[in-house]
Design a protein around this ligand. Structure first.
Ligand code: ISJ
Length: 141
């Protein structure tokens, strides 16, 4: 456990089922040892000035997240335009071949950038779901 918490409240009992209160959340002493052994204690090094400050790194993340958000917004706008086209031309919203093509291509490109298959699957499934939801709204208007 490396959670940055200041404290941890755990109830322990020799025999949890016999505890007079909160029996369900009591852990045995050996489980308690297992939990405390896993705790990582960190002492931030104060005084030593790091080359790059945490604030600077976070500002970089903030900027990149802005770019991610505006890219996603632009992608959804295009998806909605495709939704309108599909409505006007009576085309099915879900296009599995195109979806598979996107998934395979993004995962292949992502792998080259060191991004995991699991992460990319979750990311593009979620993007696709939102995209289809938006097109459905247009289709039902
Ligand atoms: C955007 C489209 O509609 C759907 C959404 C897709 C997407 O967001 O990438 C891909 C295929 C379709 O299931 C499309 O047909 O191209």
């Amino acid at each position: 456990m490396d959670l940055g918490f200041d404290g941890l409240l755990v109830e322990s009992h020799r025999c949890p089922t016999k505890a007079w209160s909160d029996a369900k959340q009591q852990v045995t002493p050996s489980e308690l040892k297992e939990i405390t052994d896993k705790i990582v204690l960190r002492e931030p090094k104060i005084g030593e000035k790091p080359r790059v400050t945490l604030d600077e790194l976070r500002q970089k993340i903030d900027k990149l997240d802005d770019a991610v958000l505006s890219t996603l917004q632009k992608r959804m706008e295009i998806s909605e335009a495709i939704g309108t086209y599909k409505k006007e031309n009576n085309i099915t919203i879900l296009q599995t071949r195109r979806y598979d093509e996107i998934m395979n291509n993004r995962k292949e490109r992502g792998a080259k950038l060191g991004l995991s298959d699991e992460f990319l699957t979750k990311l593009f499934e979620s993007i696709h779901e939102e995209s289809v939801t938006r097109q459905n709204k247009i289709m039902n208007q």
